[in-house]
Design a protein around this ligand. Structure first.
Ligand SMILES: O=C(O)C(=O)C[C@]1(C(=O)O)C=C[C@@H](O)C=C1
Length: 357
């Protein structure tokens, strides 16, 4: 070994020793905090968001902000686990983007619970069988996930966080060459999101929609002659031992899915929050304008407005609205009171920190 290499490695060893001590000191403090919480919620998304925002702001590199975020998410996840192991339900099976989203937010899952439907995720949290649930709510190319919106309308749960997950698709197979592929399996949305790539690189391959990309990866794994490929995540490639024949094959490189975290408790303000609401109006001209006026008056910005049939009367609609700010902020609180007076229904689904990408 050269002298220089040894010198550098000795320095790294010394730093690692310091980091080990510091990270354990941090863990010890988190454990103490757990005792102080006295039965209150262990997971504090607002505090975790503040920690991550502060560290990425102070980061001078060479590590990227994303790298710093991932490292400290893992550190907090392990500190949190000393306070309590949290169970998190998501739409399974393993290898789905819902699992990836849950992993991203919680910095790794100590007690993952796979569910077979979005309804089951809600039920698991509502019945107290798990601590949190992660459900998809919208995709930048495909739009809203209707079932999640319908269930949000009826549930007593709170939204305690959001996760923005960039969706990257890969062509996975037992084979090691794209030329051998005759059939491509994937969820219909993923097939649609990779339409141009498939046209360009596999114009003659048969496209078979299946219930999930994880199911597609399982079919590819069980294929013996290497003629089958799946479109799925890099995590699915690992889980199902498949070769990644082509990475990032999605037509829109900015393709992102937004997930919500469901909880039985409220979240304190983090300084950069969002509030989600459901509002219903009478079916009269100008009703939506009337609804938006209190928000404009209080200078509260709208980040989303999505209409959905209320399922009560024919052509009656409810609106899913996201606004900037926390329901405890003075302007938001005033606007919400005014909104409540003007609407036939107002339900605050939750205030939570804006997603950290
Ligand atoms: O500050 C707290 O409330 C903690 O429990 C500590 C800590 C952390 O590791 O920084 C861990 C879990 C919480 O979700 C937030 C932060």
């Amino acid at each position: 070994m050269s002298d220089l290499l040894k010198q550098y490695r000795d320095q790294i060893d010394a730093i690692d020793e310091q980091m080990l001590k510091l990270v354990n000191q941090r863990a010890q403090l988190a454990r103490e905090i757990g005792n102080v919480k006295n039965g209150g919620p262990i997971y504090r998304p607002e505090r975790e968001a503040q920690v991550l925002r502060r560290l990425t702001e102070h980061n001078e590199g060479p590590l990227s902000g994303d790298a710093v975020t991932a490292i400290f998410r893992a550190v907090m996840s392990n500190c949190r686990a000393l306070e309590k192991e949290l169970s998190v339900a998501f739409l399974g099976p393993l290898g789905t983007f819902s699992e990836e989203a849950a992993n991203k937010q919680f910095g790794g899952l100590s007690a993952p619970v796979q569910c077979s439907s979005i309804d089951e995720v809600f039920r698991m949290v509502e019945s107290g069988q798990v601590d949190y649930g992660v459900v998809p709510v919208e995709n930048s190319t495909e739009g809203a996930v209707g079932r999640t919106l319908d269930l949000l309308m009826a549930t007593k749960l709170n939204i305690c966080g959001e996760i923005a997950l960039p969706i990257h698709h890969n062509l996975l197979s037992k084979s090691d060459s794209v030329d051998q592929i005759k059939t491509v399996y994937a969820h219909s949305q993923s097939l649609a999101q990779c339409h141009q790539w498939l046209n360009a690189h596999l114009p003659n391959a048969d496209r078979q929609p299946v219930v999930s990309n994880a199911e597609a990866a399982n079919i590819a794994k069980n294929n013996t002659n290497g003629s089958v490929a799946a479109i799925a995540s890099t995590r699915a490639a690992e889980l199902f031992s498949l070769n990644n024949l082509a990475s990032n094959i999605e037509d829109d490189p900015k393709n992102t899915t937004r997930f919500l975290i469901l909880a039985t408790h409220d979240v304190a303000p983090s300084g950069k929050d969002k509030t989600s609401l459901v509002v219903a109006t009478k079916n009269v001209p100008g009703a939506i304008l009337e609804l938006l006026k209190p928000l404009a008056d209080e200078q509260v910005s709208l980040t989303k407005l999505e209409s959905r049939p209320s399922k009560i009367g024919l052509w009656e609609y409810v609106f899913f609205v996201d606004i900037e700010g926390h329901h405890q902020d003075a302007a938001v609180s005033k606007a919400l009171k005014e909104l409540e007076a003007r609407s036939s229904l107002l339900k605050v689904l939750g205030s939570y920190p804006v997603a950290i990408i």
